[in-house]
Design a protein around this ligand. Structure first.
Ligand code: MTE
Ligand code: MOS
Length: 765
C-alpha cells in the first residue's frame, strides 16, 4: 500500500484504527464469485417481458398506431399515454418529460407506447407488428439549429436554462490586459458504458401496490416517479436496489424512466414485468454526456497574471430538461477553472434540440468547462512564451481567494500543492523540454513515434450545488441485528465502494472492528432517505450522517457502557446487553447531515443571485499525461499518467486510487477514442461497442497516483468528494501532451487521427 501524503498539517493528524486502511471490499466476494444478484439474475416466476415502441423520427406529431391485424393482440398488453392512471410525466428537475408521448414527438428514440408479453419472442413479434403514425416536422439537430430556434423544441427560444456568474469589471479587466487569448472549444457525446445495462422489474402487490427492483443510483427518485405515474400513495410503492453494475450518472435519471415503464406494464398486465435493455438498446436510447461548445476569452498581463475572463458556454440538452438544469449550474460555477480571476463574466446556456435528452455523466458539466479553460490556458502559455505549468502556478486559486460566484476559500485550497507534486513526480519539466526539442526536429526525422507530456489542474465542488446539501435532509439509520450494526441509507454501491466506506466510517466512530458492521442494499421500505447517489456526495455527506448516527447510538448505549462492568464494555458488548434486555431489533439510532458551524467568511448561497458558497469543499487534482503519437497514423496512446489529488481525508486508499485511475481513463477515452455523433435522422451514430470504442486494459497507461490529505470540516472524518473529480482532468492533459508531441493545437474532442491529420495538413482537401 502506498503511503498517503499529508500536507503540512493545519490541523493535527489523528490516528485512526480503520480509516486510511485498505481493507478487502465488503461486497467483493459475492461479486467475484457470481453470487451477487443483478436485475437480470432475478428469477421472478411467470414474469413477462417489457418492450418500448419508439418514435423513429426526431420531430413530428403522433397521429396514432397502425397495428398489424394478423398478430394476435390478445396475447400481449399494449399501453399508451391515455392508459396512464397517474400523471404522465417522469419527475426529475422539471416535470416536462412525458412517461409516454401523447402528441408531440421530439426525438427519434422517444417512448410512445409499451408492450408486455409472456416471452421475448412474442414481444419481438408484437414490436414488429406496430408502427406509429407520425406527421414529420423539420428538426433541430445541432446546437446551432437549436439556437436559431426556427424549429421550436422547447419554449419559444429553445433555451432550457441560463445562468450567469460575474465579478469585478470585465471591460476594465480587458483594458488592463496586455494580451487577450481567445478560443472556441468543443466536446462530444460520451456514453457511460456501465458494465451492466439498464434494467428494472416491477411486481404488482396483492394490496394494489407495486414493488420495483432495479439497477439504480437513486432509490427515492425512482420511488417518486413510480408514485406519480401510477397515482398511488407513497406507502404503496416500494423500490429495491438490485446489485448495480456501474452507473456513472447514467442511472441517475434514466432508472426513473425504467422503473415507471416497468411499473405501468405490470399494473396493466397484472404480471411481474422485466424490462432489461440489451447493449444495443442501451446505447441507442439512454442519456449521454452533454456535447458542449465554449468560447473562452482571457486577458493577461505580460507577466502572465490573469486579469479577465469571459466565457460563453453552450450545452446541448436534447429534447427535454431531465438533469440539464443542475448540470448547467455546475458547469457555470466551475467555468473559471482552478484559477483566481478578478474580473469575470460567465454565461451558461443549455439548448434544446431534437436529440435524445443528454444527462448525468461523472463530472456533471465540469469536464466540459475544464476542457475549455485548460485548453485556453495552454494557448495563452504559448502566446505568452511561458511553460503551461508556470502560467498555471502564476494564476491558481489560493487560500483566501474569492471565487467569481462570491465564495471565499479561506483554507483547503490545494491547487498549487497538487500541481507542484505532480510535476515533480512525473519529471514534467525535463520531459516537456526534451520532447519539444525533438518535435522541433521535424516530424519525419528519427522514426514515427513522438512522445509528449502535458498537464492540467482541476477541482470539483463536493455534493449538491448551492443550498442542496443543507436542504436535502440526509438521514441515515444505524441498527443492531443478529450481532451486526447495519447502516441503512438510500445511497447505493455501484462499484465506487460505499458499501465498504460507510461501514468503515461507522466502525471507526463506534470503536469496533469493521467485521461487525454492514451496509444494507437500499430498499425504500426499510432505509431512510439519505439522498441520491450522485454528486460524489456519499462519503463526505452521507458519511457525516453515518457518523452522527453512531454518536446517537453511543449515547443510547451510554447507560450500558457505564453501568455494566464498571464502564469497560465496548459498544458491541453494550449492544448485546441492550438486545438481551430489550429484545432483538429494538436498538436503532438515526443520524442526519448537519454541516459544521458556518465559518466567519461564510456567505450563504443565494438562489436568486446565483452566488454565494456553492459547495462545502473543493477537491483538487493535477493530472500529467505522457503519450506516444504515431506521425504516420496520428494515433495517440497514453503511456503514463501521474495524478496527485487532495481529497480531504482518505478513507480507503486502494478504492480512492481506483476511483482516480478509472475516472481519468474515462476522461482519456472521451479525449481521443470515444466518438459519437447525431445522424441526420436524429439518432446516435452507433449502437455497437465495436464502433463506439472505450478504453480497455490495452489502452490503459501506467499509473503513478498520490493522494494528499487536508481534512475538511464539512465531511466525514474530514473527507471531501472524490468520485467525479478525475473525469475533469484527463482530457485537457491529454491534449496538452499532444501539443508537446506533434506541435498541433487541437480545439475539440475526440481528437482522433483524422482530425489531427487535418490540423497538421491544412492544405490537403
Ligand atoms: N465508480 C464506479 N466504480 N462506478 C460508478 O458507477 N459513478 C461515479 C463515481 N464513481 C461510479 C464510480 C459517479 S458519476 C459519482 S457521482 C460517484 O461515483 C458517486 O459515488 P460517491 O458519492 O460514493 O462518490
Ligand atoms: Mo454522478 S454524474 O453525479 O451520478
Amino acid at each position: 500500500m502506498k503511503e498517503v501524503l499529508r500536507l503540512p498539517a493545519k490541523r493535527s493528524c489523528t490516528t485512526f484504527k480503520i480509516i486510511g486502511k485498505s481493507i478487502p471490499r465488503l461486497d467483493g466476494i459475492p461479486k467475484a464469485t457470481g453470487v451477487a444478484g443483478y436485475i437480470d439474475d432475478y428469477d421472478l416466476p411467470g414474469h413477462w417481458v417489457g418492450g418500448i415502441v419508439r418514435s423513429g423520427v426526431p420531430h413530428g406529431i403522433l397521429r396514432g398506431f397502425v397495428k398489424d391485424p394478423s398478430f394476435d393482440w390478445s396475447k400481449v398488453t399494449f399501453l399508451t399515454a391515455s392508459d396512464i392512471p397517474g400523471g404522465n410525466f417522469i419527475h426529475i428537475v422539471r416535470d416536462d418529460y412525458p412517461a409516454l408521448t401523447e402528441k408531440y414527438v421530439k426525438y427519434a428514440t422517444e417512448a410512445l407506447a409499451l408492450i408486455a408479453a409472456p416471452d421475448a419472442e412474442t414481444l419481438r413479434a408484437a414490436l414488429d407488428a406496430v408502427k406509429p403514425e407520425i406527421d414529420r416536422l423539420p428538426a433541430a439537430l445541432t446546437l446551432d439549429e437549436g439556437l436559431e430556434a426556427n424549429v421550436k423544441v422547447w419554449g419559444e427560444d429553445n433555451i432550457l436554462d441560463e445562468y450567469r456568474v460575474a465579478c469585478g469589471d470585465l471591460e476594465k479587466g480587458f483594458a488592463e490586459s496586455d494580451v487577450v487569448v481567445e478560443g472556441t472549444y468543443e466536446t462530444g457525446l460520451q456514453e457511460q458504458m456501465y458494465l451492466e445495462t439498464q434494467g428494472a422489474a416491477a411486481i404488482p402487490l396483492p394490496d394494489g401496490g407495486m414493488e420495483v427492483i432495479l439497477s439504480l443510483q437513486c432509490p427515492y427518485y425512482v420511488h417518486n416517479a413510480v408514485v406519480q405515474v401510477l397515482g398511488l400513495p407513497k406507502d404503496k410503492v416500494v423500490v429495491r436496489q438490485a446489485e448495480t453494475g456501474g452507473g456513472f450518472g447514467g442511472k441517475e435519471d434514466y432508472s426513473s424512466m425504467m422503473g415507471a415503464w416497468a411499473a405501468l406494464l405490470a399494473w396493466k398486465s397484472g404480471h411481474a414485468v422485466k424490462l432489461v435493455y440489451d447493449r444495443k438498446e442501451d446505447l441507442e436510447t439512454t442519456p449521454k454526456r452533454h456535447p458542449s461548445r465554449i468560447r473562452q476569452k482571457m486577458g493577461f498581463r505580460k507577466d502572465g497574471a490573469l486579469v479577465a475572463m469571459e466565457a460563453d458556454l453552450l450545452l446541448d440538452g436534447g429534447a427535454y430538461t431531465t438533469l440539464t438544469r443542475v448540470i448547467l449550474q455546475r458547469a457555470t460555477l466551475h467555468a473559471t477553472g482552478a484559477y483566481r480571476v478578478p474580473n469575470a463574466m460567465i454565461r451558461g446556456r443549455a439548448i434544446a434540440t431534437n436529440t435524445p435528452p443528454t444527462g448525468a455523466f461523472r463530472g456533471f458539466g465540469a469536464p466540459q468547462v475544464f476542457f475549455a479553460v485548460e485548453r485556453n490556458m495552454d494557448k495563452a502559455a504559448k502566446i505568452l512564451g511561458m511553460d503551461p505549468l508556470d502560467l498555471r502556478l502564476r494564476n491558481v486559486i489560493r487560500d483566501g481567494d474569492l471565487m467569481p460566484h462570491n465564495q471565499r476559500l479561506e483554507e483547503g485550497v490545494s491547487a498549487e500543492a497538487v500541481l507542484l507534486r505532480a510535476a515533480e513526480l512525473s519529471g514534467y519539466r525535463e520531459k516537456r523540454a526534451a520532447y519539444s526539442a525533438r518535435q522541433a526536429d521535424g516530424l519525419t526525422r528519427g522514426g514515427r513515434a513522438r512522445r509528449g507530456i502535458g498537464l492540467s489542474v482541476v477541482m470539483h465542488g463536493g455534493g449538491f450545488t448551492g443550498s442542496g446539501e443543507d436542504n436535502m435532509g440526509t438521514t441515515v439509520r444505524l441498527d443492531y441485528k443478529d450481532g451486526l450494526f447495519r447502516v441503512l441509507c438510500s445511497s447505493v454501491d455501484m462499484g465506487q465502494g460505499s458499501a465498504t466506506v460507510l461501514p468503515m466510517i461507522a466502525a471507526e466512530a463506534l470503536g469496533i472492528e469493521v467485521e461487525f458492521v454492514r451496509a444494507l442494499p437500499a430498499d425504500t421500505d426499510v432505509v431512510p432517505d439519505s439522498g441520491p447517489t450522485v454528486a460524489s456526495r456519499t462519503t463526505m455527506f452521507v458519511g457525516a450522517a453515518v457518523y452522527d448516527a453512531c454518536r446517537n447510538m453511543t449515547e443510547k448505549l451510554q447507560k450500558y457502557l457505564c453501568e455494566e462492568n464498571g464502564g469497560k464494555l465496548t459498544v458491541l458488548d453494550a449492544a448485546r446487553a441492550f438486545a438481551a434486555r430489550n429484545g432483538e431489533g429494538k436498538l436503532s439510532a438515526e443520524g442526519i447531515y448537519k454541516g459544521p458551524k458556518p465559518a466567519s467568511h461564510a456567505n450563504p448561497w443565494n438562489d436568486e443571485k446565483f452566488s454565494g458558497d456553492a459547495y462545502k469543499g473543493y477537491s483538487w487534482l493535477a493530472t500529467v499525461v505522457e503519450l506516444e503519437a504515431d506521425t504516420d497514423t496520428y494515433e495517440a496512446v497514453p503511456a503514463h499518467v501521474t495524478a496527485v489529488a487532495e481529497i480531504g481525508r482518505v478513507i480507503h486508499p486502494t478504492l480512492a486510487e481506483g476511483q482516480l485511475a478509472g475516472g481519468i481513463l474515462q476522461s482519456l477515452g472521451w479525449a481521443h477514442i470515444e466518438d459519437l455523433s447525431i445522424t441526420p435522422e436524429g439518432r446516435y451514430s452507433t449502437s455497437r461497442m465495436s464502433s463506439y470504442l472505450v478504453p480497455t486494459t490495452l489502452d490503459t497507461p501506467g499509473w503513478t497516483i498520490e493522494i494528499m490529505e487536508n481534512p475538511c470540516p464539512a465531511g466525514a472524518f474530514g473527507a471531501k468528494s472524490l468520485g467525479e473529480l478525475p473525469c475533469n482532468g484527463g482530457a485537457p492533459a491529454f491534449l496538452s501532451a499532444l501539443d508537446n508531441a506533434l506541435g498541433v493545437f487541437a480545439e475539440k474532442i475526440p481528437a482522433g487521427g483524422e482530425y489531427l491529420f487535418g490540423l497538421l495538413n491544412p492544405k490537403l482537401p
